[in-house]
Write a protein that binds this ligand. Structure first.
Ligand code: HEC
Ligand code: HEC
Length: 381
């Protein structure tokens, strides 16, 4: 136990040191244009920093005679474009690069043992960054586990139809496409986002996103915040842009852009036709009633419950999106006064139920439930 604790502590110190190190790298170079916006919990940034700040300049100086487009060397890790250089560097691997860089036979005098000390330092920096990224991913996956029940997650959709120039739209019906069974049949809304391949110098280097939109299919309002995107069930922490979403939607039936002011967001990664995308909202919930109004004192009638007075219309604001002429969940249509009156006791029971409430998910505030109680005690007028 003690040893474990000590190990954890020293790893923590190492991580903190590494974080300070990477934070202090400055941002004159950036692989992703939005790197300066990204916080350091986005794990692979550490690797990109070391590559960009230290390894790339070395490769540019010593290897760019050949390891560029048309230069004849295998792998274009010495091109000026850091994104492409990084991608090729990653696929060849630091070990091969270090071996050839210090090789007296590869391409002397560009390569050779005179680089040994420099290369050792680069390898050490890289290895620190790798450890940092690894720790970062571990703590991230712990965080993911902790928060996996807290947020609202969708099922995954295939990304096999993504294009280079044209945008494709991926959408989810949040009512049916919740990943966790207990989150189904609660949010009467659809979400969609557009994406395409991110290209740089003719090469696909990731995904680009725009227009995250929500369409509410309810007369109730909906509040949501914090959108995350996952590829292959791995949350993309670099994509911090949509995390800032924090809004309430009151319009029924229209697509609303959740981040109208913001340009396209993108992530750099190896893409694969088998990739799957899913999204998660840190929080999404139906708001139980329209704003304003005081508790009414006069008798409550059926017409009040389905009417337009927001202080009385609990059926309209909280039930009709699922129990109406057009959608009769559980076989119940509250727009039919006879059905509503016949079901009155069951309605009250379900609204008061702690384990299986109506609307699903969370009990309404007591004063909203009281409207139905008063309707019943007043003789179901
Ligand atoms: C004068 C041209 C030239 C220079 C300079 C040069 N290389 Fe190369 N390199 C090549 C060629 C050509 C190949 C492909 C086959 C071979 O000769 O090894 C290659 C292959 C490699 C490979 C193997 C790639 C693979 O896919 O496994 C590595 C690693 C490498 N070079 C690293 C370097 C590094 C690091 C530098 C700079 C410090 C460098 N080279 C400088 C021409 C060059
Ligand atoms: C998001 C959709 C949704 C909303 C909103 C909703 N319900 Fe339901 N309701 C359902 C579903 C689905 C069922 C069937 C499954 C079940 O019984 O849990 C159901 C079943 C019921 C039943 C049981 C059927 C019956 O005839 O006894 C009652 C009563 C009921 N709802 C009342 C209400 C009332 C009252 C409200 C508003 C205060 C409401 N519901 C809001 C989806 C919804």
């Amino acid at each position: 136990m003690k040893i474990k604790y000590f190990k954890a502590l020293s790893t923590f110190i190492a991580t903190t040191a590494a974080m300070v190190l990477f934070q202090n790298c400055g941002n004159q170079f950036l692989i992703r244009q939005d790197l300066d916006q990204m916080n350091l919990s986005s794990c692979d940034n550490a690797l990109e920093h070391v590559f960009a700040e230290k390894i790339h300049p070395f490769l540019r100086t010593n290897c760019s005679a050949c390891h560029i487009d048309g230069g004849g060397g295998a792998g274009h890790f010495a091109v000026e474009n850091k994104m492409i250089a990084f991608r090729d560097f990653m696929s060849i691997g630091i070990a091969n690069i270090a071996r050839n860089a210090t090789s007296n036979t590869h391409r002397p005098p560009n390569t050779g043992s005179h680089h040994q000390a420099t290369v050792n330092q680069l390898v050490a920096d890289w290895s620190t960054a790798e450890q940092f990224a690894e720790l970062c991913k571990q703590s991230q996956s712990q965080l993911d586990q902790q928060s996996s029940t807290a947020g609202f997650l969708t099922i995954s959709r295939p990304l096999n139809n993504v294009l280079r120039t044209n945008w494709v739209t991926i959408s989810w019906d949040l009512y049916n496409d919740a990943l966790q069974a207990w989150q189904k049949s609660i949010i009467p809304a659809e979400f969609r986002i557009e994406l395409r391949y991110l290209e740089q110098a003719g090469q696909i280097i990731g995904y680009e996103f725009r227009n995250p939109q929500l369409r509410l299919n309810s007369m109730q309002s909906i509040a949501l915040r914090g959108l995350w995107i996952s590829i292959n069930s791995q949350r993309i922490n670099d994509l911090t842009t949509y995390r800032q979403i924090n809004t309430t939607i009151t319009t029924n039936g229209a697509w609303i852009n959740l981040m109208p002011q913001v340009g396209n967001a993108f992530i750099m990664r190896q893409t694969n036709p088998t990739d799957q995308i899913s999204v998660k909202f840190e929080e999404i919930k139906m708001l139980d009633r329209p704003a304003g109004g005081t508790t009414p004192t006069t008798a409550i009638t059926y017409n009040d419950l389905i009417g337009t007075d927001p202080t009385r219309n609990v059926f309209r604001s909280s039930c009709l999106n699922c129990h109406s002429n057009t959608l009769t969940r559980g076989g119940l249509n509250l727009q039919d006064p006879t059905q509503a009156r016949n079901a009155a006791t069951r309605i009250l029971n379900r609204m008061q139920s702690a384990t299986n409430p109506m609307p699903p998910g969370q009990q309404l505030p007591a004063d909203r439930i009281q409207l139905v109680q008063r309707w019943i005690s007043g003789g179901l007028q």
